[in-house]
Design a binder for this molecule. Structure first.
Ligand SMILES: Cc1cc2nc3c(=O)[nH]c(=O)nc-3n(C[C@H](O)[C@H](O)[C@H](O)COP(=O)(O)OP(=O)(O)OC[C@H]3O[C@@H](n4cnc5c(N)ncnc54)[C@H](O)[C@@H]3O)c2cc1C
Length: 406
């Protein structure tokens, strides 16, 4: 797997750098940095990330509901990286000069690299629906959580007239969020879950889909399938409903207090010169070893990676995949610097876990199928072991034990 047909892009033809630079401190980037730090003789590693906190996105619902605290799911990078021989630069990468083996940041820095990992993830995609960018809320950042918490506090205080919140997209994020919102609204708002496809959670296991449908029904969340969003305004959403059978499609405009957009991803790499090959969704094409096609010193991790798998099973854009990639990628970076052959990454589907309202969850995988409060506790424990860094895991575990009712 080593060696490259184009000598102009081969690292051997550039001033030798033995450092690794990682762009993006999410699941792909941070966990690769941490995996490198565990290797006995690791090269100098620099993580470039504009935010000061890592965000453990699968537990964002619990942050919204107050079941977990900010420091638990959003630890600071300086604390996570301290004492591990990993450097962090708070900046944003704007351009990667792949032939010159250097990158340029928004803060005006030019940084050379030996090997570069691009792990800049994805952001929400509103598919150019008129007004959606301007008038809908997202659910990916700490600021999104704070906005929703303020909205729910207002709704609980006003109560009348009854308000409506529309959640767009009945994938995992939309379903999990709709359940938490319904519990937190305490009857002060109707939650509508809008899905353009014929059913909720099209990719999920049947058990989780059934549990999710049950959880939505118990909370009176109104699920509208075969319904497309046509436009979003400050206080209204226009829908095009396509009923089953031969009935004609019809449009409907609903008054809303808020729209939360969870449907769709748009992949966001910094500019790379020369431009690498992408798939139709804008993800970077890489080999099974996670090295970018035609760029011997560039690697990709997380949502942005589209491995060309000989078995044609492209893994989904999930934290679970990024988490599994990290140790393989760390080993490949070291092998690549040493001129050794690289290993392929194989994704193992470990199952799926879903939060379904306050204190409830559903999970399937590793021989377990479970729903309700026990699944909620199991999910929390499973994520505890996935939090970044042993010392952060121990601090969080100590906090949970202290909260345990005597
Ligand atoms: C609400 C929510 C819940 C989820 N729940 C689950 C779940 O239960 N299970 C699961 O497996 N997956 C879940 N996911 C998906 C999972 O979070 C993503 O698949 C995962 O975060 C992808 O990791 P990543 O490193 O590719 O990107 P991210 O984690 O998004 O990280 C990308 C990082 O790159 C940084 N960045 C972006 N551009 C630049 C730049 N130009 N320069 C420097 N840094 C940059 C960003 O600030 C960010 O920190 C969830 C996602 C969301 C939004």
């Amino acid at each position: 797997m080593q060696g490259h047909p184009n000598p102009a892009r081969n690292p051997a033809h550039h001033p030798v750098q033995n450092n690794v630079v990682i762009v993006g401190g999410g699941f792909g980037g941070l966990y690769t940095a941490l995996a490198l730090a565990q290797r006995k003789h690791h090269p100098p590693v620099l993580l470039i990330e504009p935010n000061d906190r890592f965000l453990f996105l699968p537990l964002l619902y619990e942050l919204l509901s107050g079941e977990l605290r900010g420091w638990e799911i959003a630890p600071r990078y300086d604390g996570l990286l301290a004492g591990r021989g990993l450097a962090w630069l708070q900046d944003r990468v704007e351009r990667i000069d792949a032939e010159g083996h250097r990158l340029h940041t928004a803060g005006g820095r030019t940084i050379p690299y030996g090997r570069l990992v691009i792990a800049t993830g994805a952001e929400s995609n509103t598919f150019a629906v008129p007004g959606a960018d301007r008038h809908s809320l997202g659910f990916r950042t700490l600021a999104d959580v704070e906005r929703l918490q303020r909205l729910l506090a207002d709704l609980r205080q006003q109560r009348r007239p009854l308000q409506r919140i529309a959640v767009v997209g009945a994938g995992p994020t939309g379903v999990e969020l709709a359940c938490k919102l319904a519990d937190m609204a305490e009857g002060s708002a109707v939650i509508e879950l809008i899905e353009q496809g014929p059913q909720l959670l099209p990719q999920a296991r049947a058990f989780n889909r059934e549990q999710a449908a049950l959880a939505l029904r118990r909370r009176d969340v109104r699920l509208r399938t075969r319904t497309q969003v046509e436009a979003v305004e400050a206080e209204a959403i226009t829908l095009r409903c396509q009923p089953d059978g031969d009935s004609p499609a019809h449009a409907e405009t609903l008054a809303v207090r808020a729209v939360v957009w969870t449907a769709g991803l748009s992949f966001r790499a910094p500019r790379i010169d020369p431009a690498p090959a992408c798939d139709s969704r804008g993800r970077l094409l890489c080999g099974p070893d996670l090295r970018l096609r035609d760029h011997a010193a560039l690697f990709v991790a997380g949502d942005l990676a589209a491995p060309v798998d000989p078995e044609d099973t492209t893994p989904p854009a999930t934290a679970q995949v990024a988490f599994q990639q990290a140790p393989v990628l760390a080993a490949n970076l070291i092998r690549s610097l040493a001129g050794e052959p690289l290993e392929p990454f194989h994704w193992k589907d470990l199952g799926e876990m879903m939060s379904l309202g306050v204190g409830e969850a559903s999970l399937t995988g590793s021989g377990v199928t479970l729903a309700g409060p026990a699944a909620y506790q199991l999910r929390r424990l499973a994520y505890l072991t996935r939090l970044p860094g042993r010392s952060h895991q121990l601090r969080v575990a100590a906090g949970w034990l202290a909260d345990w009712p005597a």
